[in-house]
Design a protein around this ligand. Structure first.
Ligand code: PLP
Length: 369
């Protein structure tokens, strides 16, 4: 892939995009322009298709980063008398809890370690302990560590027990299989700038149409009112407030490339290969992944930092950055770690190259792994 002299972003978003995606941003669109609004509609239709939502689900886009869309979903879909269970195994779960706190929505946290996926049994046991739980908020792929939570099993429990399920699928959407036809998922949230390889700037909620249509007047926020955005768009084809036009155009181009690549199975397979090569070659340098392979999702890998007392993420970052690769700091509460992303418009050569760059950086800093 031709990347020019720009650094390769091995981060969980923003990430490296293709020249064709960036090219799509080289023109201006008006928000009343019918051609632009058709792009929005086609993007939304394709997003629903990726997760097999059919006619039962609609996609509502929301301006802002992914968190805005998570907040819009929770604040617009959860009724006043509800109580949301959130399994907490990382920073994005924690963020969901903080959103609920701010919105004044009752919630129950299920605390877990950052390397411990939540199981369907744990969710079911929480339902048994706390009868007031009506909803589950689940982070599918906890990007803090790169941890995968078992979405299908949890959706099955929610379906069986009659609980609503709102899923933050931010860093899994497009890369991992998600099938709304299985039932159990009421709303799924993701964003333009993660595994779809668009640029950052819009989130979206794919929600059961009937649930959304019953949610009018419920939102705790004017700007993040999902129902209003949906209604206004349905009536006028336009976004309710200024749309992120260039982001939408770039996402259209990114989706065209996603489809040409072979859709989710192909995207997931490419990331799996990146992840496998990354872990294997980093192990060869002496680095140990934080997660066991069975819990590792192919989006981002957390590694323990070298035990060398001189270890400093900033110096490491700068040395690898000088070779053209941007890494990510750790986001764990315990222990020194750093992260390397597997996602973005890159091929496996970039993974070989970044590991080589990491090896040289460690040598030049005089550290022992
Ligand atoms: C990226 C991400 C978000 C959204 O974060 P923003 O900084 O708002 O883009 C939410 N949840 C998960 C799991 C993520 O990876």
């Amino acid at each position: 892939m031709i990347l020019g002299n720009d650094p390769v972003l091995l981060t969980p978003g923003p990430l490296t995009t293709s020249p064709a995606t960036r090219q799509a941003m080289l023109r201006d669109w008006g928000s009343w322009d019918a051609a632009f609004n058709r792009i929005t509609q086609s993007v939304c239709a394709d997003l629903v298709d990726i997760v097999h939502g059919g006619q039962a689900y609609v996609c509502v886009p929301m301006q802002g980063s992914g968190t805005f869309a998570v907040e819009a979903a929770l604040g617009s879909l959860v009724p006043a008398d509800a109580c949301v269970l959130v399994a907490n195994n990382g920073a994005y779960c924690e963020r969901m809890l903080r959103i609920l706190e701010r919105l004044g929505i009752a919630h129950v946290a299920l605390p877990l370690a950052e390397d411990q996926p939540v199981s369907a049994d744990m969710i079911e046991a929480a339902f048994a302990r706390e009868a007031r739980i009506t909803h589950v908020g689940l982070v599918h792929l906890e990007t803090s560590a790169g941890l995968l939570n078992p979405l299908d099993q949890i959706a099955a429990v929610c379906l069986r027990q009659g609980k609503r399920l709102i899923v933050d699928a931010m860093s899994s959407f497009g890369a991992l299989p998600i099938d709304l036809r299985l039932g159990g998922i009421d709303a799924l949230v993701s964003a333009s700038g993660k595994c779809l390889e668009g640029v950052p700037g819009l989130g979206f909620v794919i929600v059961r149409r009937a649930l959304l249509e019953a949610s009018g007047g419920r939102a705790r926020s004017l700007a993040l009112d999902l129902y209003d955005q949906y209604q206004y768009m349905r009536e006028t084809t336009r976004w309710r407030f200024t749309p992120p036009t260039h982001v939408v155009a770039a996402l259209r181009a990114a989706l065209d490339q996603f489809q040409a690549e072979g859709g989710q199975p192909a995207r997931g397979a490419r990331y799996e290969q990146h992840c496998a090569v990354l872990v294997r070659e980093m192990r060869r340098l002496g680095f140990v992944p934080f997660l066991p392979p069975e819990h590792q999702a192919p989006a981002i890998v957390t590694f323990h930092a070298p035990r060398d007392p001189a270890w400093q993420f900033d110096a490491f970052y700068q040395a690898v950055r000088a070779e053209g690769y941007v890494l990510y700091p750790g986001k764990l509460t315990r222990g020194e770690t750093f992260r390397v992303g597997c996602i973005g418009a890159i091929d496996v050569n970039e993974i070989h190259n970044v590991v080589a760059a990491i090896g040289r950086a460690i040598d030049s800093l005089g550290w022992r792994v």
